[in-house]
Design a protein. Structure first.
Length: 98
């Protein structure tokens, strides 16, 4: 397998983690809207775990293959970094409405 294919798999895994964290955040919002703050906070906890996993995959992938990234892949990784920061900010500032 070529380094490019390996990095693609790592990037896809990190992207899936961000997507899963965003879904957990949406579930937390829905639970909070229905007054179930305990469930909302469980979803937020899960979102944090998913984001930690995405960051781990990204960091390790960059450490192993960062010097093999082409311009298109770098553009995609920048998109993922922005998306990660957006979801992380929402997750970390989440407070269920009373």
């Amino acid at each position: 397998m070529m380094d490019k294919e390996i990095m693609h798999g790592i990037a896809k895994t990190a992207m899936d983690g961000i997507k899963d964290a965003e879904m957990q955040y949406e579930y937390a919002e829905e639970a909070a809207e229905h007054g179930n703050h305990e469930a909302a906070m469980l979803h937020i906890e899960e979102a944090r775990k998913r984001l930690e996993g995405a960051k781990m995959w990204y960091d390790r992938g960059m450490k192993m293959y960062g010097d093999h990234i082409d311009p298109l892949a770098e553009t995609m990784m920048e998109h993922y970094r922005k998306w990660y920061r957006d979801v992380l900010d929402r997750v970390m500032t989440f407070k269920p409405k009373a």
